[in-house]
Design a protein around this ligand. Structure first.
Ligand SMILES: Cc1cc2nc3c(=O)[nH]c(=O)nc-3n(C[C@H](O)[C@H](O)[C@H](O)COP(=O)(O)O)c2cc1C
Length: 209
């Protein structure tokens, strides 16, 4: 099995990730361990080639009946809409996310049309979760990191970003280049390390729950 540090060399990730203590119990591609959610970002501008690449990966996620219910509303740091996007986040998230390069609001379409009738879509959130994971893994492959954010004002997001009623506001995702841990406030530095997971035996149930 490849170690994280071998994978890190292959993916040319930053020094921070090389101290990762993550270890898979069964063989998986190192990409899955290398994706984690730092809070220290450099604030540098994200090239459109990277942005398009991560959105393109998200676009190729699977979805029920190929409905592709995801929509991505985004703002680049320094653009005219940046303050509006950053202002949606809870203060504790704003503290670190203000150095992200882009903030993306994921929304999903709750309905579809069947035989001319508008009916609920059963998997719009599940599908949009797949899109976010595709985006996140593609970011890692390109040397960027993502951080999901659920701590934000959903109603404010709906109003200020003009999200239509038949779309569900899902989550915000920050993308950035990983910065130095020392650039964070001391209490955030404590958390700035890849975390672990529940053991597989607690998660899988052959034949039923
Ligand atoms: C939907 C979602 C919402 C999250 N909300 C927040 C948040 O509000 N603030 C935060 O600092 N991290 C947030 N996170 C990050 C999670 O805490 C993190 O993904 C989890 O601890 C697993 O760590 P890892 O991503 O480094 O593997 C969120 C992640 C997801 C997927």
């Amino acid at each position: 099995m490849s170690t994280v540090s071998e994978a890190v060399k292959a993916n040319d990730l930053s020094e921070e990730v090389k101290v990762s203590s993550r270890k898979a119990d069964f063989e998986i591609d190192p990409l899955f361990l290398n994706r984690w959610s730092p809070r220290s970002f450099t604030g540098e501008e994200i090239p459109d080639t990277i942005l398009h690449s991560v959105f393109e990966a998200a676009r190729w996620a699977p979805s029920g009946s190929n409905l592709q219910p995801w929509r991505f509303l985004y703002s680049k740091r320094g653009s005219s809409s940046w303050g509006k996007f950053l202002g949606l986040l809870n203060p504790n998230n704003q503290r670190w996310a203000e150095k992200a390069s882009v903030l993306i609001l994921f929304v999903s379409k709750k309905t579809t049309t069947r035989n001319g009738e508008v009916v609920p879509s059963k998997s719009h959130s599940f599908d949009t979760g797949a899109a976010w994971q595709n985006l996140s893994l593609q970011a890692i492959l390109k040397g960027w990191h993502t951080h999901g954010i659920g701590g934000f004002d959903r109603e404010k997001a709906r109003v200020e970003l003009k999200v239509p009623d038949d779309f569900q506001v899902e989550a915000v995702v920050a993308i950035g280049k990983q910065g130095e841990k020392s650039a964070l406030a001391p209490e955030l530095q404590e958390k700035e390390t890849p975390n672990n997971r529940l053991p597989l035996k607690d998660l899988i149930f052959e034949g039923g729950f």
